[in-house]
Write a protein that binds this ligand. Structure first.
Ligand SMILES: C[S@@+](CC[C@H](N)C(=O)[O-])C[C@H]1O[C@@H](n2cnc3c(N)ncnc32)[C@H](O)[C@@H]1O
Length: 472
């Protein structure tokens, strides 16, 4: 049944009884027909499926499943009613053990292929004990033209088009209204639905993402492991009467919400990091606890979105670091200094480097409130600040922790690391491909000792990996 004559496959073609071979990047799977690579959505290895080609590129094709002849034994029933339409949790149809196996395999492949590593000393991937309600922050977008499902369009009914939910992946103007999301504890659903209910009842205009008219733009809901909740409403202009209707309504309905903010954003895009968050009522921050430490989280503060797995991740960093009381440690890309503060008690001094000023302020504040006095956080682009001058003033690193963004480390940072006398590097990464590239570049001075993946985001393709590198 898999003997196809060589053929030219085109967009729109329907191919029958295709065997899905393996997982691939971006939550898709891969099949090969006549030597051509096809990435297929919403499938699992072992499925036999009829597909429609949705896109043709030079070296690959993309497809959607139409009809399943055989279901893979790696499957499970998706738990969310928005599965397949929403861009989140794309792997809910795959059993968690198989998700983890694939993530581990991805790390292995990247380290071998890109990092040129052999006989990699892997520790088994650390799965998340909670595979739903694991996030502490979600952002929802208002729309007055919500995305309609095929069934809704077919129904011919006149439907409410105002919505509050998630952007369709890669589509700035398409928003899927969300009834129930499993990513945050359920109170998040209740708050979001209440905000929508008040807005509809009070006829408060929802934003039009194309014409940029309307009022209600975005809703951020954050919660902490101390059981506190924060709501941040983003609006286009400062009409207090509408803002108050919503924020007062939330305060009245949900005593768990301890902090209320709003942001006035007249810009065309939804980003708010350059805008003032106006404190409306309650506490000005949430408290997140990790062991004996407290972290204050403001409306714009960065904090790992899966708190309990962040604790696991940071504990690995602390254990793998092999820190000594005499060590000077550099925490590169320190963010709000959570790792730096978490390990401070084990070492002589931690120097945290970060280019977002607010994050540096949060990091310093988090040291202060925890009575930590052996950290220093410095603002600036690491490619420029991590140099000999800095080490002359702050001391040479004994151990370097690095946790760069997805793009990995700048080559100048890698060169600077190679020149230091550091005996060890603990490299935390949310992108094993760039991590592997950087390990290859570091290999003239450091060798890979251990690799430990941690799953922070069940039901997604995202992987966090820590590697330990020792001076040769
Ligand atoms: C993955 S986050 C690290 C977060 C932190 N380690 C934690 O666990 O909370 C990467 C951080 O690097 C910062 N960053 C990115 N590029 C930078 C650069 N060139 N110089 C300094 N900081 C940078 C970002 O602002 C962000 O806070």
């Amino acid at each position: 049944m898999f003997n196809f004559a060589l053929r030219m496959i085109r967009k729109g073609d329907i191919l029958e009884e295709i065997l899905v071979e393996d997982f691939a990047a971006e939550s898709r799977c891969i099949a090969r027909v006549d030597g051509q690579v096809i990435f297929i959505e919403q499938t699992a290895p072992g499925d036999i499926v009829d597909i429609r080609i949705t896109r043709k590129k030079k070296s690959f094709l993309e497809a959607r499943p139409l009809y399943f002849h055989t279901f893979s034994d790696k499957r499970q029933t998706p738990f969310c009613s928005h599965y397949g339409i929403c861009g989140g949790c794309k792997w809910q149809h795959v059993q968690y053990a198989d998700q983890l196996e694939f993530k581990q395999q991805q790390v292995r492949d990247q380290l071998e292929r890109i990092g040129h590593q052999e006989d990699i000393p892997f520790d088994p991937i650390c799965g998340a004990p909670h595979q739903i309600a694991y996030r502490n922050k979600l952002e929802f977008t208002f729309t007055d033209q919500r995305w309609l499902t095929e069934e809704e369009i077919k129904s011919g009914e006149i439907l409410e088009r105002k919505g509050l939910g998630f952007h369709k992946p890669g589509m700035f103007d398409k928003v899927l209204d969300i009834e129930n999301c499993y990513l945050q504890p359920d109170l998040s659903n209740k708050i979001r639905l209440k905000v929508k209910e008040i807005a509809l009842k009070e006829h408060i205009p929802f934003y039009d993402l194309r014409s940029h008219e309307g009022f209600l733009r975005n809703l951020i809901i954050r919660n902490s492991n101390a059981g506190e909740w924060m709501v941040v409403l983003q609006v286009k202009s400062g009409q207090l009467k509408w803002i108050e209707k919503i924020l007062k309504g939330i305060a009245k309905a949900f005593p768990e919400v301890s902090s209320l903010y709003y942001i006035v954003n007249p810009k065309k895009n939804e980003s708010y990091y350059d805008l003032e968050a106006v404190h409306y009522a309650g506490k000005s921050y949430l408290t997140e606890r990790m062991e004996n430490l407290e972290f204050h989280i403001g409306p714009k503060s960065f904090f790992q979105t899966n708190s309990s797995q962040a604790h696991v991740l940071y504990s690995f960093v602390r254990d793998l670091g092999g820190f000594r009381k005499t060590d000077t440690v550099y925490d590169l890309y320190t963010g709000t200094g959570t790792i730096a503060n978490f390990i401070a008690g084990k070492v002589k001094k931690v120097v945290g480097l970060e280019y977002v000023m607010e994050a540096v302020e949060d990091a310093t504040l988090n040291s202060t409130i925890n009575g930590i006095d052996n950290t220093i956080f410095l603002e600036g682009d690491i490619a420029k600040t991590f140099n000999e001058d800095l080490m002359n003033t702050q001391g040479n690193p004994d151990v370097i922790i690095t946790d760069p963004p997805r793009a990995g480390m700048h080559k100048d940072v890698i060169q600077a690391i190679l020149k230091t006398p550091a005996r060890r590097i603990v490299y935390v990464s949310c992108n094993p491909a760039t991590q592997a590239r950087d390990i290859d570049l570091l290999s003239e001075g450091f060798r890979l000792i251990r690799s430990q993946a941690v799953d922070m985001f069940p039901h997604t393709h995202h992987i966090e990996n820590i590697v330990l590198l020792d001076k040769i």
